[in-house]
Structures are given as structure tokens and as C-alpha cells.
Design a protein around this ligand. Structure first.
Ligand code: TYD
Ligand code: MG
Length: 437
């Protein structure tokens, strides 16, 4: 094999006997649900066939999947080692098996006895939950065909290796080959497959990142194993909204669903403490209240520290500059720390105003009223810009007992939403500071 044309064959020394042969496309070529060579069709004539979804029985998981498991779908479950991937998947499989479905849990990381220990902790006893300890891709595929399970879990995709490749297990080539063959099997047999993949803190290790485009759905564990809560976010989903989150708590009997995340994230909030502000962040289809905490302290360093956890640090630098320049708060010589309580990541620009309020509150040492929610995007000239889905956000705040909402004057909530809470509409940061302190 040669990547380019050669006149003389290096093996048989013959001339002009090198023929071009296209490599089969491992991703799409063999997928039974992709039929090539047809004619263009009007979009209205294409039958919509989503098929029936299989419910896992864990409401938080069904929601992040977009309403249950789609047949033949491939789901990547990523996260740091020790965060709870194996535990979660074993619970999901136990639930499915308890409902009378035969499911196959393939592990290349732990012995059957270790899996049994975990299963005892979480109470997984169902007789239709089959466990296979195996790392050879060919043998795994053979067993999938023999057992004909309703759902397969591969724990983890980094341990699977194919004898058709020379590279070491866990290398990018092996991980990609194993995944593409497993995904193919999933599509062919219409069996959903969960691929567990380890990622390190910076998400760099070979594996999950290269798989993201191959699978239908990508779920990642957020937060860290030092806390009890676990947040599972759908980064990508071909069968539902992305960015949906499911919230769990790690207990001694496995992961337990947290049905009311807003209350959960605000549980330990200090009231009337400077630097603490509550915002509503839209995570997928669900509004969730989170607390933003800020600490602004006089710095002893030539270059003050800026640390942001849970929010984009570039965004924070921008907001600090706006506060300094437009509102005249002299933050330049201060260390600034920002944190989203509860370990959630909030990426939305709608939390800008909350960040600004937290920074100003800590800098001025004046608390923000604990029953006030702050919402809005902030522009470079200090203007406050509209945010989407205002009604949902206001209703969630009202439900949790908040009585005032500071919002951009350009996003107008419906009368029904506005009557639940007192709404203050503002247009600039100067107005924000006036209304807060
Ligand atoms: P695990 O699912 O093995 O993590 P991963 O597969 O992502 O590497 O989870 C490991 C952690 O979870 C471990 O530190 C122990 C903890 N744990 C509990 O706290 N309670 C439980 O019921 C279980 C099964 C695990
Ligand atoms: Mg594991």
C-alpha cells in the first residue's frame, strides 16, 4: 500500500502495476441508515421516521437524551476518571433490565467481581443484565450478535482494541476503529450503544474528542469528583436539544436524581453577603437559578489575579473593563475571583448582568437584595441588551420565591409572567447600580 502513485512496485519490481484503490469511508460507507445514489426529493415527501424511543426510567437521563433512547443511536458518555460514568451506566442498564429487556454491559476496565461489587452497592440484580469482560473488538462484536441485546454499554472505548490494527490499545487509531465498528453494529442491529470515554481535565486525551463527530449524542459529566453533585450535559444531540442538563447527587447507593436543581444550587447561599447574586440560566430547555459569587480584594501583586470558575474568563475580563471604564469602579488594582456555586458552567451572555452585579457588590461591599434576580447581556458601551425566553426565566425565579427581577428594557415579558414578580427594566449599567444599591 502506498499513499501515492509509484511507477515501479517496490515489492514485485514490476512496472505500472500500481492501481489506485479508494479507502472505504469508515464513517458513512457501511451505515445501513444512509442510502446513497438516490434522486433529490422535496423535503415534504421524506417520511419522518424517528421510531419509538426507549425510556431508561431515569427522568434526568431521558431528558438529556431528548426524550429517551433512539434505536440504533450511538451515545458517547465522557468524563474524568472516577466521576461516576460506570456507576451511571450500570444504573441505567439495571433499570432497563428490570423492565424486562436483555442488556449487555461490556467492561474492559474492571473484573466481573469488581463490577459485581458496584452492582451490589446500587442494587443491580436483574437477571437480564449481562456482563461481559472483554477488550477484543472482534469478540465483542461476536457477542453482540450472539446475545442480541436491547442496549449495549462499552466501558470504556479506550480499552477496546482491534487485531486488524498494529497500533496500541487506547491510541487514536484504535479508538476510532473500535468506535466506528461498534457504531456500525448499532445501526445495523438497531441497538443503541453507549460508549464510555475518559477525558482528563483539559479534555485532551486521545479518544472522546475525536469521536464527537462520529456519534449521535455526546454526554459529558461536568463538575468534579470532589463534590457530591454530578451534572450531565448533552454537548451534541442529533435527536433533541443540545445543552440539556441532568443533575444527580452521588450517594452511597449510586447516583440519585435531583428533581429541583434550582433549589439544590441555591441551598447553601449566604443571604445579604456582598458579592453574591442570583441569575437564571437557560440550560437546554430548562431555566435554572444559580448563584454567582465574586470576591474583589486589594492586590499585593504587580499583576492582579483574575480567576473565573464556571464562567468564561474572557467574558469576565471584558465586563471588568466595562465596569472600570463606564461606571468608574477602579478594579484595576484588585484581585478578582469569580465562581458559580454548585459547579455548573454557565456560558450564556444572559448572565453578564449578574456577573457585573456580583463584581460591583463585592467591590462596593454592599449586598444585593437576596430576593432579587438579575438578567441581561452587557455590551461594550455599558448598554444592557435583551435576552431570550424571558418568561421562562421569570417564572422560575417566582417559583423559587424571588420577588424582584432586574431585566433589560428591550426584552418585554408577557403580562402573565410580569404579574408574578416585580419587574425593573433598565437600559444601562448606571441604572443597574442605581437600582441595586
Ligand atoms: P465510577 O462509576 O467508577 O467512575 P468512572 O467510571 O467515571 O471512573 O465511580 C467512582 C466513584 O463513585 C468512586 O469514587 C466511588 C463513588 N461511588 C459512590 O460514592 N457511591 C456509589 O454508590 C458508587 C457505586 C460509587
Ligand atoms: Mg469506570
Amino acid at each position: 500500500m502506498s499513499p501515492k502513485w509509484l511507477g515501479k512496485c517496490p515489492s514485485c519490481n514490476g512496472w505500472n502495476c500500481f492501481a489506485e484503490e479508494p479507502l472505504p469511508d469508515p464513517d458513512a460507507g457501511g451505515r445501513p441508515d444512509l442510502v446513497f445514489g438516490g434522486k433529490p426529493l422535496p423535503i415534504g415527501d421524506i417520511p419522518a421516521e424517528e421510531g419509538k424511543r426507549m425510556l431508561t426510567g431515569m427522568a434526568e437521563i431521558d431528558r438529556v437524551l431528548g426524550g429517551g433512547l433512539v434505536s440504533g443511536s450511538a451515545i458517547l458518555v465522557g468524563g474524568e476518571p472516577g466521576i461516576g460514568k460506570s456507576t451511571l451506566m450500570l444504573q441505567v442498564m439495571q433499570n432497563l433490565a428490570a423492565g424486562g429487556r436483555r442488556v449487555l454491559y461490556v467492561s474492559g476496565e474492571e473484573s466481573a467481581a469488581q463490577i459485581k461489587l458496584r452492582a451490589d452497592r446500587i442494587g443491580a440484580q436483574a437477571k437480564d443484565l449481562l456482563v461481559l469482560v472483554e477488550v477484543s473488538l472482534e469478540k465483542i462484536l461476536e457477542q453482540i450478535n450472539a446475545v442480541d441485546p436491547a442496549v449495549v454499554v462499552i466501558d470504556s472505548v479506550q480499552t477496546v482494541y482491534s487485531s486488524s490494527l498494529m497500533s496500541a490499545p487506547g491510541s487514536v487509531g484504535q479508538v476510532r476503529e473500535a468506535s466506528s465498528r461498534l457504531i456500525l453494529a448499532a445501526k445495523k442491529n438497531a441497538v443503541p450503544v453507549f460508549l464510555i470515554g475518559h477525558v482528563t481535565k483539559d479534555g485532551s486525551i486521545a479518544g472522546p474528542k475525536v469521536l464527537e463527530h462520529m456519534v449521535d449524542t455526546v454526554l459529558y459529566f461536568e463538575g468534579d469528583s470532589g463534590h457530591a453533585y454530578r451534572i450531565i450535559r448533552s454537548i451534541k444531540n442529533r435527536f433533541g436539544p443540545a445543552n440539556e442538563i441532568g443533575v444527580f447527587e452521588m450517594r452511597d447507593r449510586g447516583l440519585e436524581e435531583v428533581p429541583n436543581p434550582s433549589a439544590f444550587f441555591l441551598a447553601e447561599r449566604p443571604e445579604n453577603a456582598p458579592g453574591s447574586v442570583v441569575v437564571t440560566s437557560l440550560e437546554g430547555t430548562r431555566p435554572i437559578l444559580v448563584e454567582i459569587q465574586s470576591l474583589v480584594a486589594q492586590s499585593n501583586l504587580g499583576m492582579p489575579r483574575r480567576t473565573a470558575i464556571g464562567v468564561d474568563s474572557n467574558r469576565v475580563s471584558l465586563l471588568v473593563a466595562v465596569l472600570e471604564r463606564i461606571c468608574g469602579l477602579h478594579l484595576g488594582g484588585s484581585d478578582i475571583f469569580l465562581n458559580v456555586a454548585g459547579g455548573v458552567r454557565v456560558e450564556e451572555p444572559a448572565v453578564d448582568l449578574g456577573i457585573v452585579a456580583a463584581l460591583a457588590s463585592s467591590f462596593l461591599d454592599r449586598p444585593v437584595d437576596p430576593r432579587t434576580v438579575v438578567l441581561g447581556e452587557v455590551g461594550l458601551t455599558g448598554e444592557v441588551r435583551a435576552v431570550s425566553q424571558m418568561d421562562m426565566r421569570i417564572k422560575e425565579a417566582a417559583r423559587l420565591g424571588f420577588n424582584r427581577c432586574i431585566i433589560p428594557k428591550t426584552s418585554s415579558p408577557s403580562a402573565a409572567a410580569a404579574e408574578k414578580i416585580s419587574v425593573t427594566a433598565i437600559g444601562s449599567l448606571a441604572e443597574l447600580l442605581e437600582n441595586l444599591f
